[in-house]
Design a protein around this ligand. Structure first.
Ligand code: SF4
Ligand code: SF4
Length: 113
């Protein structure tokens, strides 16, 4: 199983490097006072993705809503999220690719051992 550091490096290379809030090289340029849910909920995201195995993204999204969005300050008690609605949450915006990166990192590690 990859370490959290290995997952994080892979996500920085593949997600942050493409993110509209990134610097193009994997660094984050999100506005001061704002947190990216990818970083804030990082261990839960890894756990969430690893709890699902499907060729479809829906079961992953379903678990993301249950395990991450449900405890995120961005979501109201009614389950609404303005950041999600306005595609301002990088975690939600890139989630299908995030799932792919996490699963590929895991597979790569398995093939190395
Ligand atoms: S906003 Fe999130 S996904 Fe985007 S560069 Fe920053 S940490 Fe990475
Ligand atoms: S979509 Fe909203 S509730 Fe879910 S992680 Fe992003 S900001 Fe938090």
């Amino acid at each position: 199983m990859p370490t959290n550091d290995e997952y994080w490096v892979a996500l920085q290379q593949r997600i942050c490097a493409k993110c509209v809030d990134g610097d193009g090289s994997g660094g984050c340029r999100i506005a001061p006072g704002h947190d990216c849910a990818l970083g804030t909920h990082f261990p839960q995201i890894i756990e969430t993705v690893n709890s699902v195995f499907s060729s479809s993204v829906e079961p992953y999204v379903e678990q993301l809503r249950k395990k991450v969005c449900a405890v995120c300050t961005g979501q109201s008690s009614e389950g609404a999220c303005r950041l999600r609605d306005e595609t301002e949450c990088a975690l939600d915006r890139y989630f299908p690719l995030i799932v792919q990166v996490i699963e590929e990192t895991q597979l790569k590690k398995r093939l190395q051992t």
